[in-house]
Design a protein around this ligand. Structure first.
Ligand code: HEC
Ligand code: HEC
Length: 512
């Protein structure tokens, strides 16, 4: 796998030595300035979020990785990602149930006899949210035969053209914005209502890459190449690039939204070793028009769960909401036949196909899916793996813990000690993972560190799920071996581990 050499650390670097010399991540001063905390709170937050030093036993509260919202292990079965957070109050649970119905419901095209469920499309990728976020977990990874034609729902292709104009995308940052394809829009829709052609199909060609590991082991990575076939509306713009995105799991999202911005931005400036330098994405809040910190999606391109849900209704299903009010979703002006089809807005039901109250229910649902309890956190091999996770400097990006805002919008998200293992920042992950497409301030080699909580239950929820932004990794070890760029040094340490050490590291990930 070609990797940039600029981040490579000396092969002889001894991890313990690096730690002592202060070259690896040793935690940031989380909560140092937070206005939501009293002075006493700040000191407490600093103590409980300090990096682990003792690996002989689990840390206090570690097992409850989403604080009071954590889901009990007695519920371990394929529905484990579908429970409301443990601390959601009665009213919240009622709203969650209605939101659950909307997340699962199949929308239909207009006109139909079930007027409250119509408006799907005209162009769309799936009929329901849950078709992609399978059982509130990840989407289904495409099969890995070569070459492969994939109409797998759950994997989308974003379309974008680099723009020649420079726009201000955040405090002190000037970035190149990107534009949608002039005909196909922001995303390739692989389905359409009767009477209208779908935009095209996704084709994937995989090339196997052999990676040799210390101890005589080897792993085969599958490198995907994406293209579009059966284009129904003429060629793509010559500069349009493709960015594949797999539906991520839905757990713990409200808590990620309640992490204080200061705690996230503190990691931008922090020295985290290995040349790791996270960047914030700055994106538009559609409600206020302001540039705000992006946290959600694979490039942190969306600031809130509500906004991403509205964009999903629009781009993935062609449904209008007060936040994204076009009834035609991602149909462009160039797709005249699409824009001449009937839409689902009914005067007596409100202005939008999905009225504001329904979007609110979906928002409460999507913000409150509970994160499961850790399993086997006190197992000696899991603890050994946790130590390796720290010593390999995975924690530079997969930042273990936070205490959420005292003044979070919803009460169940307030002042919780959580263990999501992410910094929510963008990192150059090298050429092997690059999509060469920008989004907000993110460039074509950058991805947001994904949270790792619940990652060990991925296959219990969807046995056909894969890891990384496009589902290409068939195992957790493959996911780690794809790391490059700023994560090259961490990845190389995993290659050099003994087979037993590698197994322990994976055991730790499986316990999350
Ligand atoms: C066609 C498949 C598909 C459908 C349908 C779909 N999603 Fe998604 N969802 C995705 C993908 C892919 C991403 C990641 C997008 C990205 O990185 O830009 C995503 C991301 C999200 C996220 C952000 C998660 C995170 O960890 O950052 C939320 C919230 C979300 N979707 C909610 C919804 C809701 C609500 C619906 C229904 C209204 C829905 N989605 C329908 C594929 C889908
Ligand atoms: C420089 C930051 C950085 C470091 C260091 C790092 N990661 Fe990651 N990690 C990421 C990013 C960014 C992604 C998402 C990449 C993508 O999807 O293309 C990721 C993805 C993952 C995934 C897959 C997550 C998912 O939801 O599919 C796993 C597992 C993982 N990392 C484990 C590790 C381990 C173990 C280490 C240490 C050996 C490590 N990471 C070091 C940034 C980092």
């Amino acid at each position: 796998m070609p990797q940039s050499s600029r981040f490579r650390s000396p092969a002889s670097a001894r991890v313990a030595g690096l730690l002592l010399a202060g070259l690896l991540w040793t935690g940031t001063s989380a909560g140092a300035e937070r206005a939501d905390l009293s002075k006493a709170d700040r000191a407490r937050v600093r103590t409980v979020t300090a990096p682990a030093k003792d690996f002989s036993a689990p840390e206090r509260f570690e097992v409850m990785q989403a604080g009071a919202g954590t889901i009990n292990n007695k519920l371990l079965n394929p529905d484990i990602f579908s429970h409301p957070a443990g601390n959601l109050d009665f009213e919240g649970r009622q709203a969650f149930l209605i939101g659950n119905g909307l997340f699962r419901k199949d929308w239909v095209s207009s006109p139909s006899s079930t007027q409250a469920s119509d408006g799907l499309g005209p162009l769309f990728n799936a009929r329901s949210c849950q078709a992609c976020h399978v059982k509130d977990g990840r989407g289904t990874a495409p099969a890995f035969s070569t070459p492969e034609r994939s109409d797998t729902v759950g994997l989308l292709l974003r379309l974008s053209i680099p723009s020649s104009t420079t726009t201000r995308t955040g405090p002190g940052v000037n970035e190149l914005a990107s534009l949608p394809d002039p005909v196909y829009g922001h995303q390739l829709q692989t389905l359409a209502v009767p009477g209208l052609p779908a935009e095209g199909s996704i084709a994937i060609r995989y090339t196997p890459i052999e990676v040799a590991l210390n101890g005589g082991e080897s792993v085969t990575l599958m490198r995907p190449a994406y293209s579009v076939t059966d284009l129904a509306y003429g060629p793509l713009h010559p500069q349009t690039g493709l960015s594949p995105r797999m539906a991520p799991p839905m757990i713990g999202l409200g808590l990620l939204g309640a992490i204080h911005e200061d705690d996230i931005l503190a990691n931008v400036a922090a020295n985290r070793g290995d040349g790791v330098s996270g960047r914030a994405n700055w994106v538009k809040d559609l409600k206020t028009g302001r540039q705000v910190l992006g946290r959600f999606n694979w490039k942190a391109g969306q600031p809130t769960v509500m906004q991403q849900s509205a964009v999903a209704f629009s781009h993935d299903m062609g449904l209008s909401t007060p936040l994204v009010p076009d009834h035609y979703g991602d149909c462009t002006q160039a797709q005249a036949d699409c824009r001449a089809m009937p839409h689902g807005a009914q005067a007596h039901l409100g202005e939008h196909e999905v009225p504001g109250e329904l979007l609110d229910f979906v928002d409460i649902y999507s913000s409150n899916l509970g994160v499961p309890q850790r399993r086997d956190a006190d197992d000696a091999r899991v603890l050994a793996g946790k130590k390796l996770f720290y010593e390999s400097n995975c924690v530079a990006c997969h930042v273990p813990k936070y205490v959420t805002r005292r003044d979070a919008e919803r009460p169940e998200h307030r002042f919780q000690l959580i263990w999501p293992y992410t910094d929510l920042l963008l990192h150059d992950m090298g050429e092997g993972l690059a999509d060469h497409q920008g989004e907000g301030a993110a460039d074509g080699r950058e991805w947001r560190t994904p949270p790792l909580w619940g990652i060990g239950l991925t296959r219990m929820v969807n046995p056909a799920a894969g890891w990384l932004h496009d589902g290409r990794a068939r195992t957790l070890l493959e996911a780690v071996l794809w790391h490059g760029g700023e994560a090259q040094a961490a990845r190389d340490r995993v290659v050099k581990m003994t087979p037993d050490e590698r197994a322990d590291l994976i055991r730790f990930l499986e316990s999350l």
